[in-house]
Design a binder for this molecule. Structure first.
Ligand code: SF4
Length: 229
């Protein structure tokens, strides 16, 4: 199994991971600031790691514009994971297009169909994936480490021990493009109906599913991916 080699150098971690897993490793990108650091490292160094994003169909217009912009500017192909048409259409027919506001159960069903299942399907054919999560983001991520294994699939989190300030500094240092939503007060990039800008005293995931008192996770970092979610 891949073990981290770098002590903080993202490029070395990603290069080593690519060497270990070849075409069986993917990067899952939400186009957050964290993910742009990884995205930039992959593209600038021609690491040849396939980049995927989950298109739930409910992202902010600003995010779609941003994906277009960076894909053009970097000259890189973005692969889209989309929900299964039958599952989506059945959920919409049974519960309507805004059922996520009605209960935690219905919100989780929507996240499962639009995010977790498409990712799980991709990972069932891969050996490893790279994410931009940080441990300070949620309770569930607190005990995550730089390299994890779940259901036989290796998950590499190069920024796991970074603070938000470190992310901002790196974004500035590399002069990375930034999703407009950050200027509008967002600190987390997600689906438009389920994410809002933050008030000053709130922590970074408080803008996700703010009407719930439950977990600030959609399931992609907490489910058994690759073998059924
Ligand atoms: S974040 Fe909201 S819209 Fe997006 S998949 Fe989850 S419940 Fe559905």
């Amino acid at each position: 199994m891949f073990t981290d080699v770098d002590g903080g150098n993202i490029l070395r971690t990603l290069s080593e991971a690519k060497k270990t897993y070849g075409n069986d490793i993917v990067f899952l990108c939400s186009f957050s600031n964290e993910d742009m650091i990884i995205f930039d490292t992959i593209c600038r160094n021609d690491l040849d790691i396939d980049i995927y994003t989950i298109d739930t169909g409910r992202l902010n217009q600003e995010t779609y514009e941003f994906i277009d912009q960076v894909s053009r500017d970097y000259g890189v192909r973005i692969n889209y994971l989309v929900p299964d048409a039958d599952a989506l259409s059945s959920m919409l027919a049974n519960h309507g297009p805004q059922s996520f506001y009605e209960s935690v159960e219905k919100r989780k069903l929507c996240c499962k169909i639009r995010k977790v299942d498409p990712l799980s399907k991709l990972l069932s054919n891969k050996k490893a994936w790279i994410t931009g999560i940080r441990s300070e983001q949620t309770i569930e991520r607190k005990n995550s480490s730089k390299v994890e294994i779940n259901n036989g699939i290796v998950k590499i989190n190069p920024l796991i021990d970074w603070t938000y300030q470190m992310v901002l500094k790196e974004v500035e240092k590399r002069k990375l493009p930034v999703n407009k939503l950050y200027k509008m007060g967002y600190r987390s990039i997600g689906c438009e109906p389920c994410t809002r800008p933050l008030y000053p005293e709130e922590s970074e995931r408080d803008g996700r599913w703010w009407w719930e008192g439950s977990s600030k996770e959609c399931g992609i970092h907490t489910s058994n991916l690759g073998g059924g979610s």
